[in-house]
Every structure is written in structure tokens, then in C-alpha cells.
Design a protein around this ligand. Sequence first.
Ligand SMILES: Cc1cc2nc3c(=O)[nH]c(=O)nc-3n(C[C@H](O)[C@H](O)[C@H](O)COP(=O)(O)OP(=O)(O)OC[C@H]3O[C@@H](n4cnc5c(N)ncnc54)[C@H](O)[C@@H]3O)c2cc1C
Length: 383
Amino acid sequence: MEFFQFTEEQEMLRKAVREFVEAEIAPHAAEWDEKDHCPVELFPKMGEMGITGIFVPEEYGGAGLGHVERAICLEEISQYSAGLGIALMTHHLGIAPILYFGTEEQKQKYLPDLAAGKKICGLSVTEPAGGSDFMGQKASGELKDGQWVINGRKCFITNAHVADVDIWAVVTGQDEKGRALMTAFIIDKDTPGHTTGRKEHKLGLRGSVTGDVNCVDVVLGEDAVLGGVGKGAKIAMSSIQEVGRAGMAAIAVGILRGCVEESVKFSSERILYGKPLNKLQAIQFIIAENRVDYEAAQLLTYRAASLKDVGKPCATEFSVAKLFATEAAIQAAKRTIDLMGGYGCINEYPVGRFLRDAIATIPAGGTSHVQKLIIAGSTIKGK
Ligand SMILES: Cc1cc2nc3c(=O)[nH]c(=O)nc-3n(C[C@H](O)[C@H](O)[C@H](O)COP(=O)(O)OP(=O)(O)OC[C@H]3O[C@@H](n4cnc5c(N)ncnc54)[C@H](O)[C@@H]3O)c2cc1C
């Protein structure tokens, strides 16, 4: 991508994904939300289109594209189903540490099926004691007779009950200053002692599974260690920063576009005082604000993704994009509901779902408070 300009290939990808979304996702999105159904049956279809393995190199069965292309897919899907958006985005979030930190053997073993959407991935970091306190995690890994024994409980995990491959970060020791040393592990879902627990009933992003995953004396070999003993904090944090927050920003961009399109559609069709609602200046202001928020969020998100694709530092840029896009999506959804008067409260329209989905994007990938701390810290350091 030239600075903020999509290439012809990226525009073609967007068109292809949009056609897929209009055929396979848009007609079912309201029902998935209502029934809280995660459409896992679409993963192999998304695999055929290259979406599930979008940034996985072709040698491992992926599309061999980048993070700008990933954001395009997530934006298009999330305009209609942000629930499916977060299921897909978390699948990518689990793939990333295998791709960027895995051994050749681990890549060969896991990436082809994950890229093809034959298997689904998840990343389990958050614990009941508090997701923001990343280094305060309690889940542990102990080396006994050459085997790792993992114990712990993770909560709020996307894809928990549908994931075939689960990435865990657990405490495996302490450094010389007494700080936790973490190690990341790849855990196959059927490994004895690895179970799922409660499934959450969420306000928004319904149609994605969120719940508990437990490890009780899960025994793993050395071949399950991802990226080296003691490297887990770096692996988990960089994945959350550059793939997790990136994905949540792109999902919010999709919700914002939904708000732009719904505000235009409704205000063109609704007749008030004998003319379309969009003749009222107050209504035009809402449409303008929705568009400005959409374009600003889009620019921030794709700029950060383009930095990731050329290997430049992008963690703070993704925090900026995530903070802005998710908060803007809440405001745009609320404005669009206001624009519609009483109809905004009727579930036949998607705007109520947009608001619920937008609210649920805030904690996923780290809350707005946490993003502000990261952005402020980096700004104070002059970065
Ligand atoms: C839809 C959804 C999907 C998710 N998917 C996953 C997943 O796939 N994998 C995973 O590991 N986790 C996942 N999470 C968990 C998510 O990462 C956590 O919810 C998030 O990190 C916040 O943790 P918490 O909920 O424990 O809130 P807490 O950390 O308890 O925070 C409570 C409040 O304190 C504020 N706060 C915390 N620390 C500070 C601070 N230092 N300064 C100022 N304010 C602070 C927070 O902003 C918040 O307002 C998901 C969450 C949701 C809602």
C-alpha cells in the first residue's frame, strides 16, 4: 500500500470478500446474534478464500498476503457480523505466535490446517484475577522429568469451546529480580486435563464463543514450547499488541462503516414533514460525524497495519487505532440510533447490535484505559 492508498490487488480482495460477506454472512448476522451461534461452518469456506490464513506464507498453505489485507477482511466481515469478526481475528491471533516464533516443525504441523480453516485457533492469556495485570498471571508450568505440567484457569477466551489449538502463556519461573518468567505453549484441544468451562452470555460480539479454558495437570513435551523457555511474555504481548489490537481496530472500522451506511439508508427512506429525513441539517451533521469517524479510524488502522507489513514498530500505532476506532464506534452507533428516532430501538434494524458490539470491543485486546497508558508512556518517551 502506498501511504493510505490501497493497491489494485487490495481493492480486488475487498470486492471478493464483500461479495462473500453479502452472500454468506449478511443474511444470517441478526440470527447468529440472537441465537449466539458461532458459524464455525464458515471457517473452511473462509479458508478456501484465503481469509483464515491471510498472512500465512503460501509454503504453509496460506494466502501469503499481509496485515493490511487482514484488516480489509476483518472490516468487511465486521460491517455485518462483528461477532464472526472477533472469532476470525482471534484465530489469526493464535496463528501469529506459531508463525512468528514457532519452530519449523511446529509451523509444518499446525499452520496448514489452521490456514485452511480446517482447524480453529485461540490464545488464552486473561485470568480471573484481572486481564490488565498481565504479569500477575497465576497459571503455571513446571518441568518434571523432562515434561511440562501446566495448571491454571483462563477466562474470557474467544473461541474457547471451538478452538482445536490453544496457545497459553504461563509462569515457569522467576528472573533474578523475582519477576515472573513466562513461557508460551501450544496445546491441542484433546490433551488430557485441557478442558473448557463456563461459556459467557455476552452483551455484544455475540456469535463468537467466549469462555473459560482450564488446564489441570496437562502434560506437554518440549515440542509444545513456543519460542523458547522464558520468552512467553514477549510472545503473548507482541501478539496481542500487533495482531489482537490490530484486529479489534479493524472490527471497529467495520462497525463504523455499518453506521455510515445505515444512517444514509434510513434517513433517505424515512419521510418526515413530507420530505426525506436527510434534508434536516441536524441529521446531516450525524451523517458527517459518522463519516469522519469512519475515515479517521480507517486511516489509523491501515497505517498501523502497513507499518507492520514493512516490519516497522507499530505497537503504539495499533493502540492509537484501537482506542480511537472502538470508542468512535460506540459514539457512531449511539448517534445512528438517535437519528432513527423510535426505529433505532427496534431490533429489526442492526444499529442496536452495532452499539452492543462496539461496547464489547473495548475490553477485548485491552481496555481503553490500558491503551491510554501505553500511548502516554510511549509519547512521554518521545516515541
Ligand atoms: C469479547 C471479549 C473477548 C476476549 N477475548 C480474549 C481472548 O481471546 N484471550 C484472552 O486472553 N482474553 C480475552 N479477553 C479478555 C480481555 O483481554 C480482558 O477483559 C481485558 O484485558 C481486561 O481485563 P479484565 O476484564 O480482567 O478487567 P480488569 O483488568 O479487571 O480491569 C477493570 C477496570 O480497571 C481498569 N484498569 C485496569 N488496570 C488499569 C490501570 N493500570 N490504570 C487504569 N485503569 C486500569 C480497566 O480499564 C477496567 O476499567 C476478551 C474479553 C472480551 C470482553
